[in-house]
Design a protein around this ligand. Structure first.
Ligand code: HEC
Length: 166
C-alpha cells in the first residue's frame, strides 16, 4: 500500500461521485405523458419554442389509456350548451352525437359563427384535442364561450367518451 495507490483510489472515488451527482442534477427524461411521447406535426404553432416543438403527439397511443367514465363526467361541462343524444337537438351549441370524424359545421339548422363555417375539415380526435384545449385561441372568432380543458388526460378521456356516441 503506498500513497500512489491511495491517490488513484481517491481520484476514482471522486470521479464516481461526480457521475452520481450528474445523474441526480442533470437527469432529463424525454417529455412523456402517460408514458407516450406527444407528436403534433400538423399543429405546430410558429411561436412555440424548440422545447415545445419536441413534444410530439401520437394521438392514437394516448387513447389506449383513456378513461371513458371520467370522460362522461367531464362532458357535464358541455351539457349546458350541447345535446349528446341521438335526437340531435340544438341548444346554445350544435348537437354532438357522432361528433368524432363528423364534418365541421354540418348541422343544417344550426347557425354557426363565420369562423367555424369557414373551416372545412373533419372533427378528428386530433382536431378535437387541439380545439378543446382553448377553443377561442384555436379558432379565433368562434362563438363557443368555453374556457377549455387544459389537462391532456382530461381531453383524451372526454374525446374517448365523445367517440362512444355513435
Ligand atoms: C357556453 C356554451 C358552450 C359550452 C360550455 C361548450 N360549447 Fe361547444 N359550442 C358552443 C357553441 C356556441 C358552438 C358553435 C361555435 C361556432 O359556431 O363557432 C360550439 C361548437 C362546438 C363544436 C363544433 C361542432 C360542429 O358541429 O362543428 C364542438 C366539437 C364542441 N362545441 C364541443 C364542445 C365540448 C366537447 C364541450 C365541453 C368540453 C363544449 N363544446 C362546451 C357552445 C358551448
Amino acid at each position: 500500500m503506498n500513497k500512489y495507490f491511495l491517490s488513484i483510489m481517491s481520484i476514482l472515488i471522486l470521479f464516481q461521485s461526480f457521475r452520481v451527482l450528474d445523474e441526480i442534477l442533470y437527469h432529463h427524461d424525454d417529455v412523456e405523458v402517460r408514458g407516450y411521447k406527444i407528436i403534433d406535426k400538423e399543429n405546430t404553432r410558429n411561436n412555440e419554442t424548440k422545447e415545445e416543438v419536441k413534444i410530439e403527439l401520437d394521438i392514437e397511443n394516448l387513447f389506449t389509456n383513456a378513461d371513458l367514465k371520467k370522460g362522461r363526467k367531464l362532458s357535464k361541462q358541455c351539457a349546458s350548451c350541447h345535446d349528446f343524444s341521438k335526437n340531435l337537438s340544438i341548444k346554445i351549441g350544435p348537437p354532438l352525437w357522432g361528433i368524432v370524424d363528423r364534418k365541421t359545421a354540418i348541422i343544417a339548422d344550426y347557425k354557426y359563427s363565420k369562423s367555424l363555417s369557414k373551416v372545412k375539415r373533419n372533427w378528428t380526435k386530433l382536431e378535437l384535442f387541439n380545439f378543446l384545449e382553448e377553443p377561442k385561441e384555436y379558432l379565433k372568432g368562434t362563438s363557443m364561450m368555453y374556457k377549455g380543458l387544459k389537462k391532456i388526460d382530461d381531453r383524451i378521456d372526454l374525446i374517448s367518451y365523445l367517440e362512444s356516441l355513435r
